[in-house]
Write a protein that binds this ligand. Sequence first.
Ligand SMILES: Nc1ncnc2c1ncn2[C@@H]1O[C@H](COP(=O)(O)OP(=O)(O)OP(=O)(O)O)[C@@H](O)[C@H]1O
Length: 792
Amino acid sequence: MHTPCSEANVNRKRRSRAEEASDEVIVDEIVDQVNVDANITALLPRGATLDISDFPSFDASRVRADAVSRLFDRQDYTYLPLKADHASRPIWINPETGHFILEAFSPIAEQAQDFLTAIAEPVSRPSHLHEYRLTPYSLYAAVSVGLETNDIIDVLNRLSKVPVPESVAKLIQECTLSYGKVKLVLKQNRYYVESQHPSILQRLLKDSVIRGARVLDGGEAIVPSRAPTADGLRIPGTARKPGSEGETDMFNAIIELDKDDDVGEDEGESVHSFEIVASQVENVRKRCNQLDLPMLEEYDFRNDTFNPDLEIDLKPITVIRPYQEKSLSKMFGNGRARSGIIVLPCGAGKTLVGITAACTVKKSTLVLCTSSVSVMQWKQQFLMWSNIKESRIAVFTADQKERFAGDAGIVISTYSMVANTRQRSYESAKMMEFIKSREWGFLLLDEVHVVPAQMFRQVISTVATHAKLGLTATLVREDEKIDDLNFLIGPKLYEANWMDLAHQGHIATVQCAEVWCEMSPEFYSEYLRERSRKRALLYAMNPRKVQACQYLIKYHEERGDKIIVFSDNVYALREYALLLKKPYIYGGTGQTERMNILHQFQHNPALNTMFLSKVGDTSIDLPEATCLIQISSHYGSRRQEAQRLGRILRAKRRNDEGFNAFFYSLVSKDTQEMFYSTKRQQFLIDQGYAFKVITHLEGMDQMEDLVYRDKASRLDYLHTVLMASEKDAILEDVGGDAEDTLSSAAARRTTGSLQSLSGGDNMAFLEMERSSRARKDTQHPLFKKYKKRHDA
Ligand SMILES: Nc1ncnc2c1ncn2[C@@H]1O[C@H](COP(=O)(O)OP(=O)(O)OP(=O)(O)O)[C@@H](O)[C@H]1O
């Protein structure tokens, strides 16, 4: 993170003792100055101490004269005038990049964080300082949750230590003034273009495409009506958190909005609209984008009398968690359903968020997942959390093609089933007709980060739907295709902070470590000589790595942990597992054997370790697992790293006193693997996880049965590895979204062909190859403009 203080800290380490001594004098002076500022200390949380490195701002004229300021070089923003009461305001604004630094130790950090997540993208959120960045997408999302240009600038100004720089205010204005001003609303199966600003509708109607799409029924072109009232739509199963009002007061004391600012939809301003023909919706949407007036999509489900209601509610025993409620309030905040994406960490309960949204909309719902195993789990979860009748849920997979009873219901299927353009079986074609022929109130899209944009386009153009909700844990893709999702589904509505959820006990706290394993000399000289893919095999099979793995398994088994060892390379997986006498599962493992291993892992105290290939990256729920060891991984995939960590975030024992789960990445030192490893960790580091580097495992060399201790055995082993074909160095291809037929009782999300579980991975990688040819025509011109400006 590029903050003046962190950079100064790094640079300071490189400097001579003499310079440091002179700095100390200055720092002492600053500390003195800070100490006399009673306001600052009074604002600190009880028990917290003031660290000068957390406190880089002080009198600008003094800084210029001291020995430290030159270290900041171009990042010296001391010319920005600090507000007199800056100490009680938690945000720094970078005028050049639109990045914000939030002092996470501020008493109003939580409220400031809520505001920043609504208007900006979190970049990095370690313990003390958080970094956010403004982007057109984040501002688009802000507008879509109801924030207005002036509110954004005003609140930012109140939270900021310096007046909002003109460049930042301009970006906010440029990106938000036209956004959110036009809405596409589907009412009683008729599409309306709606706005509170008649002039904007008039501007749109000057466009020939839009004018041509308008329904002319002799009525007024622009029809005024009443805006929906934000009557605080209550999401089922939610209750107001005690004490939350007090916190709001505190927040308001600093950033209080003018009363007038609140007069908006609450007061029932009139809105104006004109109708467009359904077949022209896509064209009108495109035109609006080109005119810099993108349409927001909202579903006025409570006034939809055209589509039959679905009898569904959360069971009385279902209580949704505060962060789940918060994410949903972004979707339903104004009494309508806004389309968009909710981002929650693995294991934080995205399924229940989706189900609660369906219970709120109460209209026919289509759920799309990445595999048929997930389809069955969604069905089971609907039955577990809600009171929906089983006959109202239908499953559409390769093996089951059901229809729900009655006129409203839920269909759960996979992306590939719905997006398939090849020849379909008779049954499948009939089912698709059923899906296409009706209007869906709600489309729930699971694991949106892995589905190619083309597939989304196919789904969205096939299914007539009012509101869309995308769910994901990691809104990152190596192919940078995330932007497409914003336009195909909607903006990001909410993103939870992983660390907060871990501190509240909703997900496990995890200790992450990278274990650096020296390459044994024999392997290293082969590695340097080798030019082919076998290099990867050599660093994966490094005997020191095998030893580290053996040691860690022993250490954690003795602690009572249940361990999963991950390897993307099947050759390495098999060799390690056979050598260490542990069971392994990969794409080719027979079904009975798989079920048996998973069952034993869960219930047999004598089996505490299993090896798992890439097929277990996603959708596997083994809450018994408390330790992960990664021996070989898919190059630099940040998403895969996060998903793997996700396997232990739901550890059953997470709320035990002092409990920690463990995540080890074994890396062969001085090889290409180190580069990939650093890249892989970035997403988790940005979530606040700290990777410790372990260079020496205490006591490993003294282990009695340590493998490959002598040179002869290592040379033998090297020959075996060199004999392996180049094919063995290639990572496992786990096939597409294969349909499976298995089920087992206990292991939720492991109840089937694991081969099918990783279909999503393949989808994303497939798209990566095509990314260079990807069409950019759906990109909003303002974003293109913005990107060009930034690239320049
Ligand atoms: N409000 C809640 N009350 C009780 N249990 C909950 C709640 N929300 C989620 N859970 C439980 O948390 C676990 C994880 O939920 P879920 O499988 O939906 O997570 P997820 O976010 O989809 O994870 P992944 O990304 O790994 O698929 C489940 O066992 C679920 O029953």
